[in-house]
Write a protein that binds this ligand. Sequence first.
Ligand SMILES: [Zn+2]
Length: 556
Amino acid sequence: MKHAAIKPLLLSTLAVSLCAAAHAGDAPQFSAQRLSDEVKTLSSDAFEGRGPATPAEARTIDYVVEQFKQAGLQPGGDPDADGKRAWTQAVPLLRAQIKGTPQASIDRADGSQALTQGNEIALRAPLDGAKQVDIEHAPLVFAGYGVTAPERHWDDFKGMDLHGKVVLVLVNDPDFETGHGDFGGKAMTYYGRWTYKYEEAARRGAAGLLVIHETAPASYGWATVKNSNTNTQFDIVRADPHAEHPPLEGWITRDLAADLLKRAGYDFDTLKRQAQGRDFQPVELKGETFTTRFDVDSQVITSHNIAGLIEGSTHPDQTVIYTAHWDHLGIGAPDAKGDRIYNGAVDNASGTAALIELARAFGHGPRPQRSILFLNVTAEEKGLLGSEYYADKPLYPLATTVGVLNMDGFDPHGAARNFTISGNAKLGLLDDLVADGKRMGLAYTPDPKPEAGHFFRSDHFSFAKRGVPAISYGSGDDKVDGGLAAGEKIDADYTRDNYHQPSDEWHADWSFAGMQRDLQLLYTVGDALANSGAWPDWAPDSEFRAAREASAAQRR
Ligand SMILES: [Zn+2]
């Protein structure tokens, strides 16, 4: 998930309920108690952090399916030979795990410097299917932001041959620090995402790529890098994994990068400034080489998306989708207190609870004209893989999917006066949210940190890039009690202290009053879509509109 704002309970649930009821028209009242119970259950230690394809997966599926049944949904997953649907969609994934502790070193004429996994380097288990990584004395290259963008006349590699070399690149894109230029200013383009940087290194035949971590451009600290990269890695099963993944992928700290550059005669900050211009030249770190060797347990396993359906009364072939990911990081490296379970209460037990309660509201209400799919996807934390698999092999045609409302990390505390979405996007779904929100007293605030690349970091993106109108909802930060100052502080505290850490746990003092209103808004927008003939679209200048237009004939 992205960051989320949370705050201490300062407002009585009763006051918010009355207030929300007065504004929300005929949207149902959502139960704070049920939301709290569901988040508490899903984020309890018994669910072991909900790692995909661990014993916790079956427990999570059983729980969610039981809730879907009670909500009155029907199975909406994989059809069998007779067309009878299961509650799940099987998602085959490549799972790779480093065996033991990987050895890595920097070698120089005067000796060898051992690197410690998790401390100054975070090596990822490879996703090209290899059973072993063996890189000996590979030359090191610093290649700026690692970007090749012909349409922007930008190339950080300047034709340098990367075969057999390990490339070091900066995180985010060249405009992040200057705030202006060819990459959309402070907002992050896809060139800023680390996934892009690995893909580009693979295209260029590099032996490996290490992203240099810095907190501001990454938008998270080293703890997040360590926790998300040194554990088991996953990808969907690809026809040609080498086209997407170099043999070695990982991160290093800024301090290590600066030291390596200094010993090779370069200054980190000077090179970074040069990398912010298109005349930048990549440099080889003379006199230093990189060596690593480790074995890999690599195999194909199966995880599952959970799918519950309400079939439409008059247009069952047209589908509105609510999505939320059920997975989190599972069991991993211990924190300072020795806690190894990454409970993922906000991220994303909260979204799964929201999905269950929306299912209950629609399941107990009048039957909608169009179908509504409640899709609880897997492996978001491994790179949006469950949603990627669904969008690649949809259970219901994407051309007649009306829109996708994704939920990833709600604020479980008191009410806000606003809401947001992840990243920048212009589309009709947002117009609907803005209009209905306004009627309910919830103002729209654009993503305050588009530079963090949130548009590429949640499950709606798997649909958006294929043209399906899709959006990720976010709780607001303008608190009824405490205003923006309170919301922003809580947001920063969460990112620092809880995000992707074992401490993302349920708290008894969470009121869920803000979520009650968030869900009324999400219900209202989905209800209107499911009972109309409308096909919301992307704005004319959106990069996703062309993909949607290609299937326009199927919506007439
Ligand atoms: Zn997350």
